[in-house]
Design a protein around this ligand. Structure first.
Ligand SMILES: Nc1ncnc2c1ncn2[C@@H]1O[C@H](COP(=O)(O)OP(=O)(O)OP(=O)(O)O)[C@@H](O)[C@H]1O
Ligand SMILES: [Mg+2]
Length: 605
């Protein structure tokens, strides 16, 4: 009931109005007196005068009362309008507050002095799986995991004792529990207000599941980046010795050819013949071991991502091969692996990123099949051309994808795998990579029968050729007696290159680029320079810059020998120059071919 408070009676208009009324009545009386009672006797006039006074007084009183009453009524009407407007505003404000709280992204839960829930917004319903009617009046510990059940009571007691909210200003990380009993990470901020004299506690709760997964993924990625950088560095270190192991194996094999020819002349009875044959077999086994080390190093580099994004025409089969190696541990105990790799044109992509896509598809396929029945299950990998696009298909005979999950599997963080086994980012990342290459991922799945993921990528236009290890045997006339300078800080790599090329050419070696520069400055002439990229005192890039400045024709005849350019600077340098490139470990034929091609190309310069 609103309190009635009136304005004071407006005296001025009342007095002015009253005076006007009296003047009007007196004037009217005078006129009546002059007209009708001018000659009347004294008594009649007196009576009339008294009557006049009485009438005037009554009129004045009536007017005053009427004035005051009308003014009060108007004030009352105004007051009621103000009260109605305020009430409407309050209701609108309350509705807006409720809308804001209801549509908040955080769960908002109110509790009374006994920690019983008095309010539960829509987000809270979604987050905890309880409906509002289920929880109103129940103890707030219902929403907390076992370990945190006592907190709600502690907050209430703490407030009763100190008048303050326990950890009020700081968000606290806790473990919540849903209606179905599953727990999830939450962050709670608490505050208190009083309503009708009683405290009411408010908890604003944020679901931290995605945040925690992201943090885990970020930690994993950090680790992967560190591991990738390490792998690339290790790859570089392994490639150097591997280069001279391969080269020397080839040299020894060549020497055995000579020995075998000599022995053949002596006849098969010579006791050295079987021993040489055994030694050659041992050498062949060694070669196989080296090939395996070479493949491991290549896989590491492909999937370590240490190479960053480098798009070039590549064959999908190469990326697939690396992914198959990595996934073989997951596949082995679950399914037979069938490969149908057809001939496909190149696609423009970053090989390591594409490898990441295939690895995820292969691991997903493996995880869809339970362990232990490898003979009864199959993972089939196919590559083929589909309407001008290169298709890579991974089919499994696993559990299939439930129809209600199909629309969500590409969503970040969607996973049906147990905690710790999947973060649900694999397909999201894979789709991002494939879309970035102008391709798409298609899906066929039948519950209980299996799933096929098909990656379709545009073929490189204009039939762009895959960049192979430089120039395997170009049709160039073999030229002998050229002067070749080898610049590499690894003496054994220099020795291996000298052994490969020394039979046909004059080979000088320098273990330091500075030394090579001073040799050039002193007038030494070379037809071809084979130069390492990553060297301690002066890098291949700096050496190339100096040579380009002082001997521009020779700069074009430099061939860069790299064990893996794992710094962005070295990578950028190799991408920017047109010079030939030899990847360590190199085989002797490739080295000879690169030198021949360089000699032929620059014969005139
Ligand atoms: N071949 C498949 N068969 C059945 N279900 C699959 C298959 N591939 C993907 N899925 C479903 O899609 C979900 C999302 O896959 P995605 O690769 O994005 O994440 P994940 O494998 O769960 O985790 P992550 O790849 O991050 O380790 C999987 O949890 C699974 O439910
Ligand atoms: Mg996955």
């Amino acid at each position: 009931m609103p309190t009635r408070r009136y304005r004071k009676v407006p005296w001025l208009p009342l007095v002015a109005g009253g005076a006007t009324l009296i003047l009007a009545l007196s004037a009217a009386w005078l006129v009546i007196e002059r007209l009708f009672f001018l000659h009347s006797d004294h008594e009649l006039v007196r009576r009339l005068t008294v009557l006049h006074g009485v009438v005037s007084g009554a009129a004045l009183l009536a007017w005053g009362a009427l004035f005051v009453l009308r003014d009060r009524r108007r004030q009352e009407a105004n007051l009621e309008a103000i009260v109605a407007e305020r009430t409407r505003q309050l209701a609108a404000q309350e509705r807006r507050f409720e809308d804001v709280v209801e549509s908040a992204c955080e769960a908002v839960v109110l509790g009374d002095g006994q920690a019983r829930i008095t309010y539960f917004n829509r987000t809270a319903e979604r987050m905890f799986g309880w409906s509002r009617d289920d929880v109103l009046g129940r103890h707030a510990s219902l929403l907390m995991a076992e370990a945190h059940r006592g907190r709600a009571d502690r907050i209430v007691t703490h407030y009763a004792e100190t008048g303050e909210v326990l950890d009020g200003a700081t968000p606290v990380d806790l473990e919540g529990v849903r209606k179905d009993g599953t727990t999830f990470p939450i962050q709670v901020t608490r505050s208190v207000f009083t309503r009708d004299g009683a405290p009411e506690f408010m908890g604003v709760i944020r679901d931290m599941t995605a945040h925690r997964q992201l943090a885990t993924r970020m930690r994993e990625m950090d680790r992967m980046i560190a591991v990738g950088t390490l792998a690339a560095g290790v790859g570089h270190e392994i490639n150097n010795p591997l280069a001279y192991i391969v080269a020397n194996l080839d040299f020894v094999d060549g020497e055995f050819d000579t020995v075998a020819a000599v022995l053949a002349a002596r006849g098969p009875a010579d006791p050295l013949v079987p021993r040489i044959a055994q030694a050659r077999q041992a050498l062949a086994d060694l070669g196989q071991g080296v090939d395996r080390v070479r493949a491991v190093v290549r896989d590491l580099r492909t999937l370590s991502q240490a190479d960053g994004e480098r798009r070039e025409p590549i064959r999908v089969e190469r990326a697939l091969e690396a992914a198959l190696h990595m996934a073989s541990v997951e596949i082995r105990h679950r399914a037979r692996l069938v490969q149908e790799l057809g001939a496909t044109p190149p696609v423009v992509a970053d090989e390591s990123r594409l490898g990441q896509v295939f690895l995820n598809l292969l691991v997903n396929a493996a995880h869809a099949i339970p362990e232990g029945r490898a003979d009864a299950n199959e993972i089939r990998v196919r590559t083929f051309v589909d309407g001008g696009r290169v298709a890579v298909e991974v089919t499994d005979s696993g559990a299939g994808i439930a129809p209600e999950h199909r629309a969500r599997i590409f969503d970040p963080f969607f996973t049906t795998k147990p905690v710790g086994q999947g973060t649900g980012l694999g397909l999201a990342i894979s789709r991002g990579i494939v879309h970035g290459l102008g391709g798409e991922i298609q899906l066929d799945s039948q519950v209980g029968r299996g799933t096929t993921f098909r990656v379709l990528l545009p073929a490189a236009t204009g039939g762009a050729a895959v960049e192979a290890a430089p120039a395997p045997a170009p049709p160039a006339p073999v030229r002998r007696g050229a002067r070749i300078l080898v610049v590499d800080d690894d003496a054994l790599v220099c020795a291996a290159l000298r052994r490969i090329l020394g039979a046909d050419h004059d080979v000088d070696v320098c273990l330091c680029a500075r030394q090579a520069l001073s040799r050039l400055a002193n007038g030494a002439f070379y037809d071809v320079v084979l130069c390492d990229v990553m060297m301690p005192v002066m890098s291949g890039k700096d050496f190339h810059a100096e040579v380009a400045h002082a001997f521009p024709a020779l700069a074009r005849r430099m061939v860069f020998v790299t064990g893996g350019a794992f710094t962005p600077e070295a990578r950028g340098f190799l991408d920017a120059i047109p010079n030939r490139r030899l990847d360590k470990p190199f085989d002797p034929d490739t080295v000879r071919a690169a030198v021949e091609a360089t000699l032929a190309q620059h014969a005139a310069s």
